[in-house]
Design a protein around this ligand. Sequence first.
Ligand code: FAD
Ligand code: SIN
Length: 519
Amino acid sequence: MIRTDVLVIGSGAAGLLLALRCASQGQSVALATKGTIEESNTAWAQGGVAAALDLEEDSPLAHFQDTLVAGAGLCDERAAAIVAAEAPQRVDELLRLGVGFDLGSGGAFDLTKEAAHSAKRVAHAADATGRAISNTLASRALRHPNISVLERSIAVELIVDSDSCHGAWLLVDGRLVSVLASAATALATGGSGRIFARTTNPPGATADGLHLALAAGARLADLEFTQFHPTALAVAGAPALLVSEAARGEGGIVIDAKGRRFCFDSDPRGELAPRDIVARAIYRQLQADPAGGVWLDLKPIGSPEAIRARFPNIAAACARFGIDIGASPISVSPAAHYHMGGILTDLWGRSAVESLYAIGECACTGLHGANRLASNSLAECLVFASRAAEDIAKTVAGDFDEGRATSPPAIVDACEEVDKVRALAWNAAGLIRDGAELRGAVDTLSAIPLNRRPLDRSSLEARSILIAATFVAKAALLREESRGSHYRSDYPERDDAHWRARIVWSSGGQTLMPVEVPV
Ligand code: FAD
Ligand code: SIN
């Protein structure tokens, strides 16, 4: 058993920053993460962090407005206003902590533009911004005397008593260990890309936080909204590696086999329309001409050397599959990228369960609504980690009798057909959905046999994938309209009269009840 003031679960941008903030306000922190400290979606982030940093050309108000437009009528405007206002400060702080953002000659941020942003507002470290943030924050967390980093420690269950969270059970080297947190427990477990067969996400993005929170009594929302990134590498035998939106922001174009820029058929903003529009345009083009493919041509950006210098990591990744991004177009197609839905929180990261916080991609603050504006995720992680720490600082630590922390069963009902689950999610709850397929997917997912297995990471992740995929399919089936990233071919129009609302899920034992809360 471990006792601490604050337990943070997850070591991406959100978890690392929260741990550092709580530690610097004098609290003891246990930072648990299921792999190594660098294992996270954060470490894979490419484009950068959105923040209105150039006040001559941009403003928090413009950032706020762009966020609402992308969110297609479902953003929580308070969350959007907070992120737009506070992100610049958070990015400045990261720079001071040592994150190697690209700077111009005068020392100002070298900002880039991404789709659906009305100004250049994305601070970046070449095309590996997330790695720069993760390395800097992780090395500080490892050195901080108030932080105990617990690697290879996977959260199995939260410890809840009288509607209050007191920590979690972790599986550490095959053993169940309880961590009792007297002030707060925070889920920072990241996204759910791995519930889909085709995703830009790393292997650990298995949506663990969703069912941990639900089982503890928290609420989930917006689960039907998954963002599909338009341009992931599409090469036989290669993973769906992301080719950053910044590549289009800098001038890259999307063409069909004949060299035609077909994205303008769907939207006058062409390649720089919001992600859902570009992703569906590419998806449809691929359905119309699968053999011809869709290509991202970076040549308009500049010389081959300039292209490789601006995107060194993408260049290296593509080179592994025989593509020179300076000289030839890249074969691309969409892939699951980001979950707008998650654990419903207030504007301080608090869930419905006392002392349980959720921050980062696993949370649903309402910032993104039905569709996330590019590079708003890292901004959200930083802003809400800070706000949660501020709130946790006010908490009076309470004692909890360790005898009341009942250990979870040492076995898990494991799903051994994960590939089938991921294929079903991709086919039925992917870019273009319809009621009949979704209904079929929900029935099939609900009938997948489970086998009792000893606890280990892969069984726990398989459980998370099955539960999250089922929720996503159920939520997508319920929402009978098209909005943002959620497109139903049987309900192709946005329907504000009935659906300007979020579907909120809570758990009453085994029955899940959708609740609509007006935005
Ligand atoms: P993560 O960074 O995913 O961290 C989650 C952590 O929780 C991990 O350490 C994981 O191991 C741990 N964990 C999970 N489950 C458990 C468990 N049960 N027990 C213990 N630990 C657990 N966003 C932007 O804003 N800008 C970008 O340029 C950008 N580029 C991206 C590029 C790629 C390829 C991808 C995949 C995403 C990108 N995103 C980008 C999205 C962004 O990176 C993520 O949304 C963000 O980093 C999430 O941070 P997080 O701290 O919430 O979670
Ligand atoms: C990208 O670089 O295209 C990813 C940006 C993001 O997901 O916000």
